[in-house]
Design a protein around this ligand. Sequence first.
Ligand code: PLP
Length: 418
Amino acid sequence: MPVLAINGGTPVRERSFHPWPVPDQSDADAVAAAVLSGEWSHVTGPNLRAFEREFADLQGARFGITCNGGTTALEIALRAAGACVGGEVIVPTYTFVATAVAVLRAGLTPVFCDVEEDTFNIDVTSAEACVTDRTRAIMPVHYGGRAVDMDAVYRLAAKHELKIVEDACHGWGASWRNRGLGSLGDAAGFSFQASKNLTSGEGGFVTANDEEIADIASRIRRGGDGEKAGRSVVFPGNFRMCEIQAALLRSQMRRLPEQNRVRTENAEYLTDRLSEIDGIRVLKRDPDVTKSSIHVYLARFVSDEFEGLSRDSFIEAVNAEGIPIRAGYKAPLQEYELFSRGIESLQAENGYSMWTPGTSVDYSKMETPVARRLCLEEVITLSQPVFLGPRSDMDSIVEAIAKVRENVGELIGARAAS
Ligand SMILES: Cc1ncc(COP(=O)(O)O)c(C=O)c1O
């Protein structure tokens, strides 16, 4: 008689996990009040102004600029920080493609470096090997809401005079040595897209500590040069957020501290329990990661300790038990066609000539062995809503993984027979 659900056994769990987003009447009231106020202008909208202050304060940044998405936030941050057109920017290869797309959109060339297997964040030794005389900036991505080791980033940036633009798109409420993500470099970008821990469906935010960078970011975002009429050389776009979104974000933000607390407690409990299962590797604990926002929970699957079972077969079996684990990104970014076919092809096929990256790099020569192994064989992920439920939800995750491990012979046997 099969035991595993994938083979017809009874699944560990049939209930779904916590839903996302979490709307309630107070959100609807906040949006209704913003609608009825008639103050919809980007210039005078009171929720926009208040949210800029409140979210910048939450992250410990001096200045905050709302915009329409995380990708644009990163593009604006790169441009405002002065990572001049034509240069190269070092980007960790394990990230959402938007990190690198923002670099291209800012007229720069992404160069991909490896990540650390025990944090999934940028490997600064690998980043240093990517530095050339054209490198202008480094983009630490606080992946999943876990802070990058900024000491190493600061050393590299100081040595080579690089701008630091943080991809803090997962960093709401998170900190490194009690300093908010987004306040640690020259500028940073956040995302409020629908899956994010703080969301208005879409939306983005730029943080900066330098007044001039913030001023340039605000002018790029605004789409015109406003009070500097006629005298600005900043090339703008219309990247504005709307007042109604800001009202929703302010309402949602009231729940963020408590939601972050619940996620963190559950994630820590899960980490303790998963670390007892052979073949599952949890991320390194680091006291400098003072608050993590747990947007993506990451761990590694070690096939050799599951009798050679593939990561993807493991995921299928755990999914059948009712647990929504996923594989994460399936390839390092330089292997995506967008990059592997070369920047020239990207420009030609997209008619993308206004922002012309000034350097051409050979993506086929970029080797990131750790990220490659992670993507192809090891990464397993759980997304943030899973961590909003009761502790018993964590127990069911552990139970399902342990069940698959104990009965791995059923999967290996089935594979050999087919
Ligand atoms: C790491 C990272 N950077 C950038 C972005 C882009 O944000 P948006 O989708 O709001 O443009 C995302 C979005 O998922 C992301 O995960």
